[in-house]
Design a protein around this ligand. Structure first.
Ligand SMILES: *Cc1c(COP(=O)(O)O)cnc(C)c1O
Length: 520
């Protein structure tokens, strides 16, 4: 029985994992899920002694079964190679009584690299023009003469991190281009330079006059514009696609590092096989933490998954009250990648935790769209709360967390990770108040970005007098802490800026069409 993917909202289409990755989102607006999750287990002990790539082979093969062995190895070898500055890809470090799993050793120094180094490689192997044994029997009428030459233009609006990670992943990918829009003057100097210096013959980077929401809304309008889609399809055989975190091909690679963390705990004799562990996960879109849930369903002994939010604490409110309400003020914080009010991947969790009740999910998402909020039945909330904990930190708490962690443990962390650190300390205080014994289980904090991506916030938090420029600030941070700025970031100040276009929001469709025409 092959594994099929279908919408969380009940649309009856059944897709292979390749088709689900290529399509991204289901036609009814739902997210692709498979009911096979939980039917296949990964034997943790059998992974012992293996490397990250070997673990990835097991997990990807289990969750994306229509990719053959050769394809998976090609993708894994290319995605997790020398562009990572640590041989274990996601190294585990001890932090007091706890552990930190560092997910930021990839080319852009943020955890999105784990998924975005893989997604383009997977996507390149979903093409109908590239026949292969595994695909040959699954055409489902989708292979047509013109589709054989179809190219993809990835389109993204970014507030900073995602755009760069996507550019790096898709740079020079075959039959693919990528266009990234960022709000002029609203990203940091490091973030801007990361994008404007991007290498690759198929990349387009453009500043827009407006804020992130304006750019994001314009991108959504372009995706929804049938005339643009028809013109691009007939003219240059280009299909617009997105690299955002609802794609199955972004979610699945993230499951791997939960297993990798567990195996590293075993190697250190911090746990023995079968022991349950807890994870604390800085989350915005619910992507990172959902991967932990998938790991649990594959058999990883996970006792608890704790969501750590910033001041945009919509997930905290949901997990404590059962009501998700996006009608609230939006805060621009020092952890910009978690500044999110609509947490898209939550929908997959609701699907699985309700035992696949797509009618329920459909009606909840309808409520969210039309009324701005939804409330889950109390029995479902209780089930969710048994597994998912939550907490959040405001900016002062983030700053103090960075400071305290540096003072106590001599470990420098970024503002996103610091939200999680704060939440861990709150968990301990709660244990003390209730006189419960602190949980004896090993606890792992996922660290999602290098502190050097946010040198100003980190420097100020530990009491430095930060110089004006971001790069001078990196140097000051390095000197004060005897740590080293990653080359990928420090070296940016010497690279030439390739992209200097600044356009109005209204000019974005034309920009996309011109970029797409360069693909054919
Ligand atoms: C994207 C991002 C997050 C949040 O990830 P989700 O997939 O939304 O859970 C956290 N930290 C950093 C640095 C990020 O870039």
């Amino acid at each position: 029985m092959p594994t099929y993917f279908h919408s969380t909202r009940g649309n009856a289409d059944m897709l292979t994992s390749k088709q689900a990755i290529r399509q991204g989102l289901a036609h009814d607006g739902g997210l692709f899920v498979t009911d096979d999750l939980g039917n296949y287990r990964v034997d943790v002990e059998s992974l012992q002694g293996g490397d990250y790539q070997g673990i990835a082979r097991q997990i990807l093969g289990t969750l994306l079964p229509d990719f053959n062995d050769t394809e998976l190895w090609e993708c894994i070898d290319a995605a997790y190679g020398s562009q990572w500055d640590d041989p274990s890809i996601t190294p585990l470090r001890q932090l007091g009584d706890d552990y930190v799993l560092e997910l930021f050793h990839g080319p852009t120094c943020a955890f999105k690299d784990v998924a975005l180094q893989m997604l383009p490689r997977l996507m390149a192997r979903t093409g109908y023009g590239v026949p292969d044994d595994a695909n040959a029997s699954r055409e489902d009428g989708m292979r047509t003469a013109s589709a054989a030459r179809e190219r993809i233009m990835i389109l993204t609006a970014t507030s900073g991190d995602t755009g760069k990670a996507a550019l790096e992943g898709f740079a020079d990918a075959p039959d693919t281009g990528i266009t990234v829009f960022y709000p002029e003057g609203k990203v940091s100097e490091v973030q801007r330079r990361q994008m404007t210096t991007q290498r690759g013959g198929n990349v387009h980077v453009c500043a827009v006059r407006g804020n992130f929401d304006d750019a994001q809304s314009a991108v959504k309008r372009i995706f929804g514009d049938e005339r643009i889609a028809a013109d691009l399809a007939s003219g240059s055989h280009v299909r617009l696609s997105s690299a955002n975190s609802i794609n199955v091909g972004r979610l699945v690679p993230q499951v791997v590092y939960y297993f990798c963390a567990y195996l590293q705990l075993m190697e250190r004799n911090a746990i023995t096989a079968g022991d349950e562990v807890e994870f604390v996960v800085p989350t915005g879109n619910f992507g990172d933490i959902l991967a932990g849930y998938y790991a649990k369903r594959l058999g990883l002994p996970v006792a608890r998954l704790t969501v750590a939010s910033d001041r945009n604490n919509v997930l905290y409110d949901f997990l404590t009250t059962g009501t998700y309400d996006r009608e609230r003020p939006f805060f621009q914080t020092t952890s910009p990648s978690m500044d999110i009010l609509v947490s898209s991947n939550l929908e997959r969790m609701l699907y699985y935790m309700s035992d696949g009740d797509s009618d329920l999910v459909d009606s909840l998402m309808g409520d969210l769209k039309h009324r701005g909020s939804f409330t889950v039945p109390s029995a479902l909330l209780s089930r969710i709360q048994e597994l998912f904990g939550c907490g959040w930190a405001d900016e002062d708490e983030v700053s103090r967390a960075i400071h305290d962690c540096w003072e106590h443990d001599h470990y420098l962390m970024d503002p996103h990770t610091a939200c999680g650190y704060h939440v861990m300390r709150m968990q301990e205080q709660a244990h003390e108040r209730t006189q419960e014994h602190g949980s004896a289980k090993a606890r792992v904090l996922l660290s999602t970005a290098s502190p050097y991506k946010f040198p100003r916030v980190v420097g100020r938090s530990i009491g430095l007098n930060c110089p004006d420029g971001d790069f001078e600030c990196m140097d000051a941070l390095a000197q004060a802490t005897s740590t080293e700025a990653p080359d990928q970031l420090r070296g940016l100040s010497d690279l030439p800026e390739r992209f200097t276009d600044v356009i109005d929001i209204a000019e974005m469709p034309q920009y996309v069409i011109r970029a797409a025409n360069t693909l054919s």
